[in-house]
Design a protein around this ligand. Structure first.
Ligand code: IPM
Ligand code: MN
Length: 377
């Protein structure tokens, strides 16, 4: 426990990032009222729009703060036309760069449907899944696979003839993320909604790919140390349909990076859309938390997007800091925030446009702040 409090480095980033981060910081302020807050947030500029203005993705202070902070909160990065000379996304330093640079090897994406949240499928709002059937967490490997910067082009004269991305799966990378997922599966008291079983599902394509075979072998080897967790297997294509058809079967899911990227967006539909999807990028000594919807340039500056993904990212951050430092103050505040979010959602009081509502980003924030005030500390 840190008496002096935890330092949080905040990067609002591009587009709608600053709008949702502003609400996230208000929520943190509301939680901290009535005593010295056990955290302190400092904002740093950066991202694609910053790059277009300054020629730099971020400043040296921002980059070093990410290393020294106790936790990191990122809004969103990416802006049309903001591209580095090598063709990469400008602002990548704040997301992919931190994942690589701080070795944030586990990308943890909770997918829980709260009562009162609607789904939007083929243009209509529907109640498709019962809230009690959707409560899973996907753990995505976050440092290797097709994301490893082992790629390039072969050119003849000035013409690209071949483009190559190399899929790298290592023993170390697989083992640590699989272990992380087994620990998480063990720690979730309610197990899968279907039957209460503490289940870990390994999603891969081991009927075809060598890297996936190796990943699954590692899953079985590490899994032998967790006899209390049921081992479950799915090929990624079949998983895509089972996830939608039968989400109650899943408790924790582990996958390699690229497949994890795709199935987490699919899973977000089950929880009401990307407006509710948060992610924690967790390493041994560092962690970064983010809403995963991206900068949404079309909505930038309109105060319209759903801030709940950021609220859930803040909740994940407080829970992680509390667990890491054995600090019950933060664990308690994460639980308090979850109760406030659940209550606001259940009442259907905070619906932004993506939920068929009319509230603005900041009005949704007002409702959550009010709910925090009425939740006991
Ligand atoms: C995510 C995002 C990123 C990824 C992008 C912004 C590079 O889609 O966090 O899922 O592909 O990992
Ligand atoms: Mn993604």
């Amino acid at each position: 426990m840190k008496e002096a409090g935890y330092e949080v480095a905040v990067y609002p980033g591009d587009g709608t990032g600053p709008e949702v981060v502003r609400e996230g910081l208000r929520v943190l302020d509301a939680l901290g009222e009535g005593g010295p807050a056990p955290w302190h947030c400092t904002e740093y500029p950066g991202g694609g729009q910053y790059y277009l203005r300054t020629g730099r993705e971020w400043e040296p202070e921002g980059a070093s703060a990410a290393r020294s902070a106790d936790a990191i909160l990122v809004g969103a990065v990416g802006w049309p036309g903001a591209t580095l000379p090598n063709g990469d996304l400008a602002g990548r330093a704040l997301v992919l760069g931190l994942r690589e640079g701080l070795d944030l090897y586990a990308n943890v994406r909770p997918c829980k449907l709260y009562p009162g949240v609607r789904h939007r499928i083929s243009g209509e709002y529907r109640e498709v899944w019962s809230p009690r059937n959707v409560d899973l967490t996907i753990v995505r490997e976050n440092t290797e696979d097709l994301y490893t910067p082992a790629r390039g082009r072969l050119r003849r004269a000035d013409e690209t003839e071949v483009a190559i991305d190399t899929r790298i799966i290592t023993r170390k990378g697989s083992e640590r993320v699989v272990r992380f997922a087994f620990e998480l599966a063990r720690s979730r008291p309610r197990g899968a909604p279907e039957d209460g079983v503490r289940r870990l599902t390994c999603v891969d394509k081991s009927n075809v790919m060598e890297g996936c075979r190796f990943f699954r072998e590692t899953f079985d080897r590490v899994g032998a140390e967790y006899p209390d967790v049921e081992r479950d297997y799915a090929y990624v294509d079949a998983f895509a349909q089972w996830l939608v058809r039968n989400p109650e079967h899943y408790n924790v899911v582990v996958a390699t990076n690229m497949m994890g990227d795709i199935i987490t967006d699919l899973a977000s539909v089950l929880q009401g859309g990307m407006g509710f999807a948060s992610g924690g990028n967790i390493g041994t000594d560092h962690a970064m938390f983010e809403p995963v919807h991206g900068s949404a340039p079309k909505y930038a500056g309109k105060n319209q997007v759903n801030p709940f993904a950021t609220f859930f990212a803040v909740e994940q951050m407080l829970g992680w800091l509390g667990a890491r430092h054995g600090d019950s103050r933060l664990v308690g505040q994460a639980a308090r925030l979850d109760r406030a979010l659940a209550r606001t959602l259940a009442g259907g009081e905070a619906r932004t446009y993506d939920q068929g509502g009319t509230l603005s980003t900041s009005e949704a924030g007002d409702r959550v702040v009010a709910a925090i005030h009425s939740e006991a500390r």
